[in-house]
Design a protein around this ligand. Structure first.
Ligand code: G6P
Length: 476
């Protein structure tokens, strides 16, 4: 239980997706828990308070979902409540507003946003549905914690329905610069809705600065004051706390699993199967914000600039399937596969393939074995709220000889600049040079840098993140 809240403090978590994956066939659904930092950190809080997690089950509302959620709730000790969405709502809210407007706009991508007013209306309707579900859940003293860009209007609709419970919001993705944000046709409405929360959490100080600049530029009646991690916005008689709360991982879980005998053995097997002396790891959800083609071009540059590396250094690139129904993601997959084919065609020789490419999900133990087997991690998103792969790689690096090459545009860079080699992911030659620097780095230097990063992640784990969010929310 977070230190900041009492044992009996009720909590309601609201997020677009429920922490469960469902497979439904003929009206019967089977659930399996999804793992991930947020679930690991919030589940104990919800179990202790017999709380509620509200979200979408990830598919059109079908018979059998509620029964499967009830079974899941019996196991976990807290209630899962779904918000059922129609196919049209999924199309316009999820595929439309969140994936064709907010995601590219907030990541400042070159992708042209589709500012379709139908999408905006669907966004409002779906947020109202989530709000109504929340209003009818839990007890009157519960704290309502809403997560991510899908649900920025929930507090506004809760207030309109007369629900005055304390609310917090955390944005897991970056907040864009004011010039970028201003393109949104509904920019003032969105900011006003966000300011209906009692506390707004952003990933980094940079995101918080961007958010405050947008508020100052678009809502002149709001004044922001204060210093430090949390500042205050004054809107009439209301005060809203705005803070930077960098999300993290369950450090101990990664560290312990990495030390287990079975993972050690699997890591050795992975290493044996990839005969290069050093292996670089890239692991990302399929997404254009992750900079995978840029990274592959950097690999090409490296192999061109340093032919002596051929046979000695290879890249293991895992792409985790995501949003496959969106044409742009399908095109990105093709582009990645074309580049992998081209580079392997150019630089493979008998017994050596420079890029090992996998398009699939990994189990937790497999993931940790990959982290352990690779002596360099290449984490080069074009823009990322935090990027937990960077932190996970360090936590699992129990030999402390790994090198992290990290994009300066990942939220994690603010914390890990004390040990990572920071790169501009758009600078192909610069990334190639950074990989070469990592490859040739001596053991002592590797350990010194890795120790610094591991210590900082250990001290600031996911439980501390939850605690600091609540500590600020409940502070006077
Ligand atoms: C990011 C977002 C999450 C989202 C995840 C997967 O990490 O911050 O809120 O759930 O991507 O995307 P999806 O569209 O499949 O939910």
């Amino acid at each position: 239980m977070p230190k900041a809240i009492g044992e009996d403090q009720g909590v309601i978590v609201v997020s677009n997706r429920l922490p469960v994956s469902l497979e439904c066939d003929g009206g019967i659904c089977h659930s399996s828990p999804v793992s991930g930092g947020l679930v690991t950190a919030l589940s104990p809080v919800l179990t202790a308070s017999k709380g509620v997690w509200i979200g979408w089950a990830g598919a059109p509302d079908v018979e059998g979902v509620d029964a499967a959620l009830r079974l899941f709730s019996e196991d976990t000790g807290y209630t899962l409540r779904q918000v059922g969405l129609t196919s049209e709502q999924i199309e316009n809210f999820y595929f439309g507003f969140t994936n064709q407007i907010i995601w590219p706009l907030f990541h400042a991508s070159n992708f042209e946003c589709n500012f379709n007013p139908e999408y905006w209306r669907a966004y409002l309707d779906v947020n109202a549905l989530f709000a109504f579900r929340t209003v009818e859940s839990g007890d009157e003293d519960d704290y309502v914690w809403v997560h991510d860009y899908h649900l920025m209007h929930v507090a506004k609709y809760m207030r309109e329905a007369g629900d005055c419970r304390r609310t917090g919001f955390f944005l897991h993705i970056p907040f864009p610069s004011v010039d970028c944000f201003k393109r949104l046709p509904w920019r003032a409405e969105l900011l006003e809705a966000l300011l209906e929360y009692d506390q707004i959490g952003l990933q980094t100080m940079h995101d918080r600065r961007n958010f405050i600049r947008a508020v100052s530029a678009l809502l002149p009646h709001v004044t922001v004051s204060g210093r430090g991690q949390v500042v205050r916005a004054k809107i009439g008689s209301r005060t809203v706390k705005i803070g930077a709360f960098p999300i993290s991982i369950d450090y101990k879980k990664f560290y312990k699993t990495a030390r287990s005998a079975s993972v050690r053995k699997s890591a050795q097997q992975v290493h044996k199967a990839l005969p290069s002396s050093q292996v670089i790891l890239g692991i990302d959800r399929l997404d254009y914000t992750k900079g995978i083609p840029h990274r592959l071009r950097a690999m090409h540059q490296l192999l061109t600039d340093h032919p002596e590396i051929q046979g000695k250094l290879s890249l293991l690139q895992v792409v985790v399937p995501s949003r496959a129904a969106i044409p742009m993601y399908a095109e990105l997959k093709k582009e990645i596969e074309r580049l992998v084919g081209q580079i392997n065609g150019e630089f493979s020789v008998p017994g050596y393939v420079p890029i090992h490419y996998q398009y699939r999900n990994l189990s937790f133990d497999e993931l940790i074995a990959y982290y352990r087997a690779c002596s360099i991690a290449l984490v080069t998103p074009l823009r990322d709220g935090m990027n937990l792969v960077a932190k996970e790689y360090c936590a699992a690096n129990v030999e402390r000889t790994g090198v992290l090459v990290l994009s300066e545009f990942a939220g994690a860079a603010a914390q890990l600049r004390n040990g990572a080699i920071l790169v501009n992911p758009f600078d192909v030659e610069g990334v190639a040079a950074a990989i070469h620097q990592a490859y040739t780095m001596e053991k002592k230097m590797r350990q010194r840098r890795m120790d610094r990063m591991r210590e900082s992640i250990r001290k600031n784990d996911i439980f501390k993140w939850v605690d600091s969010f609540f500590a600020s929310a409940f502070a006077k």
